[in-house]
Write a protein that binds this ligand. Structure first.
Ligand code: CMC
Length: 433
C-alpha cells in the first residue's frame, strides 16, 4: 500500500493492485494535521498497526500543545515557562480545568472547595493505617482515591460548569491530603490537626506532610515556590500514557475517581512517572559502584544489558524537554537556600555531559527529560524516594481532570477500543491432555 496526498484536504492510500481509499485531512490550530481513518476497515478490510500509538492521534483536544522539535509546551495557549515564572499551581488548576486563568473570586472559590475536600479526605485516615506500612505510596494513593468515592457526594457532572468546578476543587484538596496520608502511613506519624495556611498549594502540602499534630510548620518561601513550580510543570502533557489511560477509562463512562485510579496505576511505571524514583536509584547504584559514569554509560550502550539511562529520552521531545531546564534551575536554588550539597547531583551532571556527547544518545536524539532532575529536587526538599511519583501524581491531577471532562463531554467520542493484528494459532480441535 502506498500513500500520497490527493489535493490539500485528502489523503489517498493506494494498494499495489490499484485499489485506493481516500480520507479527509483534518487540520488543528497548530502542529501536525491528521487524516481520519474511521472508514478504513469498512472500505478496505485493513486496519492500521501503530505500536505504542507513535503516529496515532486518539482524539482532538484543546488543552495542551506540544512541539517536541522546538521544545514548546503550552497549557490552553500559555507557554509553560511563563506559567512557571508568574503563575501559581492553583492558577494552573483553574486554567487547565476551565480553559481560562482565574479571577480573584474564582481563586477564592477554588480555595474554599479545596478546604472542603481536605476535610473529607481526613476521614479516610483509617484506610491508610489498615495497609501494611511497606505498601508503595502510589498503591496507597490509588486505594485512597477509591475510598474517596465512598465518602464523596460529588457525582462530578461533567456537563454542568459550576458543579464540575466545585467537584474539581474538592478533589484537588482531597488529593493533597491523600498524598500526605501515604507519607504518614509509610514513615509514621499523624497529619497536623488542620491544614496550615501558607501562601500556596505547595506550602500547605509541605505543612501537611512535614508538620505534625504537636508542632507548627514553618514554610520556606524558596522551597515552597520550587515545589509549586514543579507541580505546574507536571500539570499536563497532552496524550501521555497516564492521561490516555484516564481518557480510555472515561470513554467507558467510568467515573472521574475510577479513571484517576487507572491514571495513578499507569503513572507508577518506571518508563513514565516512576522514572523520577528510578533516576535517583540509578544514581545511587552508580555511586555505590565507585562512581564510574563511563562504565555505566557503556552498560546502557550494550544492547544485551537492557539497562536504560533513566530520565533520558522522550517520545515527543527530540531536541530538549523545556521542563528539564527549569527543574535544574529550581534544584540549584533549593540546594543554595538549604546550604546543601548532593554527591548524586555531581554524578547526574557528569552523566548528562557524557551522554550528550556520545554518539549513541546523539543519534537517537536522547536528552534529559523532566524527570532527570526532579528526583534530586524532591530529595533536596526532604522527600523519601518512594514519594517522588506521588508528587508527580499531585501535579498531574488537574490534567487528568481536564482530559477526562473533555473526553466525556465530546459528543463525537466513542468508547476506546483498539483493533489488533492477530498472530496466534489458527483454529485447532480440543484434545484432552
Ligand atoms: N536509555 C537508553 N536508550 C534509550 C533510552 C534511554 N533512556 N530511551 C530510548 N532509548 C533508545 C531505545 O533503546 C531505542 O534504540 P534503538 O532504536 O536502537 O532500538 C531508541 O532509543 C528509541 O527508543 P524507544 O524506546 O523506541 O522510544 P520511546 O519513544 O518508545 O520511549 C521513553 C520513550 C521515555 C519510554 C524512553 O526514552 C525511556 O525509556 N526513557 C527512560 C525512562 C524515562 O526517563 N521516562 C520518563 C519520561 S518523561 C516523564 C513522562 O512524561 O513520563
Amino acid at each position: 500500500m502506498q500513500d500520497g496526498v490527493d489535493g490539500a484536504d485528502r489523503v489517498r492510500l493506494k494498494r499495489a493492485n490499484g485499489d485506493s481509499v481516500d480520507f479527509e485531512v483534518i487540520s488543528g490550530t497548530e502542529g501536525a494535521s491528521a487524516f481520519n481513518i474511521g472508514t478504513l476497515l469498512a472500505e478496505s478490510g485493513l486496519v492500521t498497526l501503530d505500536i505504542g500509538f507513535a503516529n496515532t492521534a486518539s482524539c482532538a483536544s484543546n488543552i495542551t500543545y506540544i512541539d517536541g522539535d522546538a521544545g514548546i509546551v503550552r497549557y490552553r495557549g500559555y507557554p509553560v515557562n511563563q506559567l512557571a515564572e508568574h503563575a501559581t499551581f492553583c492558577d494552573v488548576v483553574h486554567l487547565l480545568t476551565t480553559g481560562e486563568l482565574p479571577t480573584q473570586d474564582q481563586l477564592a472559590s477554588l480555595n474554599a472547595g479545596m478546604a472542603e475536600g481536605t476535610e473529607l479526605a481526613r476521614t479516610l485516615q483509617p484506610v491508610f493505617s489498615a495497609m501494611p506500612s511497606n505498601t508503595h505510596p502510589m498503591a496507597m494513593l490509588s486505594a485512597g482515591v477509591s475510598a474517596l468515592s465512598g465518602v464523596s457526594s460529588d457525582a462530578f457532572d461533567a456537563f454542568d460548569d459550576s458543579a464540575a468546578e466545585l467537584a474539581t476543587a474538592r478533589l484537588i484538596g482531597a488529593f493533597s491530603i491523600l498524598a500526605a496520608l501515604t507519607y504518614k502511613a509509610s514513615s509514621g506519624g499523624s497529619l497536623p490537626r488542620s491544614t496550615p495556611s501558607t501562601s500556596s498549594y505547595a506550602g500547605d502540602f509541605l505543612g501537611n506532610l512535614f508538620g505534625s499534630p504537636g508542632d507548627g510548620y514553618e514554610s520556606d518561601p524558596v522551597i515552597e515556590r520550587a515545589l509549586d513550580v514543579a507541580f505546574i510543570l507536571h500539570a499536563d502533557h497532552e496524550q501521555n500514557c497516564s492521561t490516555s489511560t484516564v481518557r480510555l477509562a472515561g470513554s467507558a463512562r467510568a467515573s472521574l475517581l475510577s479513571s484517576v485510579v487507572a491514571g495513578i496505576s499507569a503513572l507508577s511505571g518506571p518508563l513514565h512517572g516512576g522514572a523520577n524514583q528510578a533516576v535517583v536509584e540509578m544514581l545511587e547504584d552508580i555511586k555505590s559502584g565507585g562512581g564510574d559514569v563511563a562504565r555505566f554509560v557503556g552498560s546502557v550502550k550494550d544492547r544485551q544489558s537492557g539497562t536504560r539511562l533513566m530520565g533520558f529520552g522522550h517520545r515527543v521531545y527530540k531536541s530538549y524537554d523545556p521542563r528539564a531546564a527549569i527543574i535544574k534551575k529550581l534544584l540549584d536554588q533549593v540546594l543554595l537556600q538549604l546550604g546543601k550539597k548532593d554527591d548524586l547531583l555531581d554524578i547526574a551532571i557528569e552523566l548528562e555531559s557524557v551522554a550528550l556527547s556520545d554518539e549513541y544518545f546523539i543519534s537517537r536524539k536522547l536528552y534529559p527529560n523532566v524527570d532527570f532532575y526532579t528526583g534530586l529536587l524532591y530529595r533536596a526538599i526532604g522527600f523519601p524516594a518512594n514519594m517522588f511519583t506521588v508528587l508527580f501524581a499531585v501535579g498531574r491531577l488537574p490534567g487528568w481532570i481536564a482530559h477526562w471532562r473533555e473526553c466525556v463531554t465530546d459528543k463525537q467520542n466513542k468508547i476506546g477500543r483498539p483493533r489488533q493484528l492477530y498472530v496466534g494459532p489458527t483454529e485447532r480441535t480440543y484434545q484432552p491432555q
